[in-house]
Write a protein that binds this ligand. Sequence first.
Ligand SMILES: *Cc1c(COP(=O)(O)O)cnc(C)c1O
Length: 458
Amino acid sequence: MNTIIEPFRIKSVEPIYFTTREERFHILRQAHYNPFLIKAQDVIIDLLTDSGTSAMSSEQWAGMMRGDESYAGSDSFFRFEETVKRITGLPFIIPTHQGRASEKILFTIMGGKGKYVLSNTLFDTTRANVEFSGAEGVDFRCAEGRDPELDAPFKGNMDTAALHSFIREKGAAAISLVMLTITNNSGGGQPVSMANVREISTICKQQGIPLFIDACRFAENAYFIKLREAGYESKNIPEIAKEFFSYADGCTMSAKKDAFANIGGFIALRDEPLAEKCRNLLIITEGFPTYGGLAGRDLEAIAIGLQEVMDEDYLKYRIRSIQYMGNQLDALGIPYIKPTGGHAVYLDAKRFMDHIPVDEYPGQALCTALYLEGGIRGVEIGSVMFGKYATDGSLVSPPMELVRLAIPRRVYTQSHIDYVTEVIAGVYNKRRDFSGYRIAHEPPFLRHFTARFEPVSP
Ligand SMILES: *Cc1c(COP(=O)(O)O)cnc(C)c1O
């Protein structure tokens, strides 16, 4: 088989600034060993997130110029609305400035004290908005999804038996909605199968519970279904997407993911009275219903991006390039979460840095080592991000210590990825030279963004 090449040519470029190891040593120290505090210009390959970091196409840039900035009834809104309706089959479309704004509006109306929101895995902003409304978020991730070693096709699925028994225990009236995150971001970008969506939808319909989809990576998920689920081999991406949206009562989306936009989002709904309530809140918090929190040019870019993301040549390259990195890591014997998902590779820092105890943050050690050795920026997803303290002051760790390398869409080429794995291999070969960290300063909430660290042994 021939090499799967990037399905685009490059028309406009951005420079990468190179730093020496010596310079990065000082930059890292000045940033208190926290990659979030490093300036983007001092990063060679930035894998911090795939959110809002996509390269737009020439068509999208042309759309930006065409954007109609009328306050009400803008042409760009109608193009955006038509596209989202066509993809989702949902009739009521509400633009917002990003995913969490959609969540805030939805859960202000649907959440509240004493209610539950059930999920395969709620993304952290979704959980925060559920909890802010007074409701409680509960995740039922399938058993395969909890085993980092297991190579299974749909590790993003929800555990439907657990869903059933929770509904039986609490009663359907206590459950605001079920939110299915596709692909399952916090679960490693793993896909959800059509069979799982269908089964959850049947349960929800029987119980009268609304089913929502967190659709940030709907196209990546649809492509995994085409590749891995019997009966979908010869369906195209719009057909597959249309089918899973047909089981849902609504969706929220961040256009910063599978819409190749740098900002934006929406809510799509089946129920008109609910749409009315959402629009009433939208006017207070985001803007008039035909622009939400966006400029006309953003609506234009999103409408075009949503169409482009369903192109199978793009999706083949996208999924294959993440897998390609996984294959290289396999050849080197480097531990990561298997199989690779749709948007990122998750290095298993606990095994990678097995000489560093969890209370010295092996994920942080791996993250800073990748920056020092190769100028690569990833993000720790482990005890720094999710650790809590017990009453005696000892650290309570989450089950895994990971470093996420998220791949921006259409930004890096195969040689960039080759470079990344070379740097990872270099760090792996001398991993015992890297020490753990202690936290020198931390804020009360979301400490990973601003915490300061010190090496345990400099
Ligand atoms: C990014 C993301 C969100 C939130 O979207 P923002 O645009 O960052 O506010 C919600 N859910 C999932 C699964 C995401 O990946």
